[in-house]
Ligand binder design. Structure first.
Ligand code: FPP
Length: 264
């Protein structure tokens, strides 16, 4: 994240030719934007670099998107950093990612303070290597009183595991006699997910062109708009984000109802 004192106007000055900032409606920016950061490996391979270099470049992009979302007054930015399935990658890559997560978090703490960003984790961070877990726990404490944007990092996250965990927690409440099974509704489930208390994502961005959800936020994205771009994550920048939001603003969100024109 850059140490800038930019405003919306300066951060988004000089857009590329295909973007019309006049058409951008600042009052209709999604409250919660979620990014499936895909393509670091392919970005690196296409340049003859190691996959690790791709992940490092991916961190630079994440930094820019965090700053962009703060300037846009987004309430929650979530990002899929490491899935429960990613443990099956070569041990060397897993080790590098865990090291990069810890290093990045420490390096970015001053910015998180300055930008008043609160970090939360989605996923089971207790199962991470000790050094990474300790840095994450330290970072959580350091940012817990921040009142600006929430940055929700999905690390060791899988949506099916999250739903199974929620069922387990609910069952424990029932067994303890604090919850009547008859009272279990959608709010009960939502309150037992890692995302409890956060608004659902309104916009999910997936980079690198894959048309999959990859076990990500299955419950929470029920009514989200999807934006898929072929751009690899390390090439995704503030303007990619603006294109995604412009596409979102052009969507007709019906939530299972009808558009006004069809109602009459
Ligand atoms: C997907 O690319 C990306 C990842 C597995 C890791 C992304 C993580 C970051 C950008 C940093 C997150 C930072 C913190 C502090 C948690 P890929 O390897 O799947 O790319 P490929 O599909 O081209 O192989």
């Amino acid at each position: 994240m850059n140490s800038d004192d930019s405003t919306f106007e300066t951060y988004f000055a000089n857009p590329p030719a295909d973007i019309d900032m006049e058409a951008f409606d600042r009052s209709r920016v999604p409250r919660h934007i979620s990014c499936i950061m895909d393509g670091n490996g392919r970005w690196a391979t296409s340049r003859g670099l190691s996959r690790g270099e791709g992940h490092k470049a991916g961190i630079v992009s994440l930094r820019e998107i965090i700053t962009a979302c703060v300037r846009l007054d987004v309430e929650v930015l979530s990002a899929y950093a490491f899935s429960t399935e990613n443990w099956s990658r070569p041990q060397q890559e897993v080790n590098l990612l865990m090291h990069l997560f810890a290093k990045t978090f420490i390096e970015e703490l001053p910015l998180l303070h300055r930008e008043n960003v609160k970090v939360v984790f989605l996923g089971d961070i207790s199962a991470l290597p000790e050094q990474t877990r300790e840095v994450f726990e330290y970072g959580l404490k350091q940012t817990e009183d921040h009142t600006g944007m929430t940055l929700a990092l999905a690390v060791n996250y899988g949506a099916r595991a999250e739903l199974a965990r929620a069922a387990r927690l609910i069952a424990e409440d029932v067994r303890a006699g604090t919850l009547d099974p008859e009272q279990i509704d959608e709010d009960t489930v939502a309150a037992h997910l890692y995302t409890a208390g956060l608004p659902d994502p309104e916009l999910v961005v997936r980079t690198s062109g894959e048309l999959r959800l990859s076990n990500y936020l299955l419950w929470q994205v029920a009514y989200a708009e999807f934006y898929i771009t072929d751009t690899y994550w390390p090439d995704f920048d503030r303007w990619g984000l603006i294109r995604a939001i412009l596409a979102f603003q052009g969507r007709d969100r019906r939530f299972g109802g009808l558009t006004q024109s069809k109602e009459s």
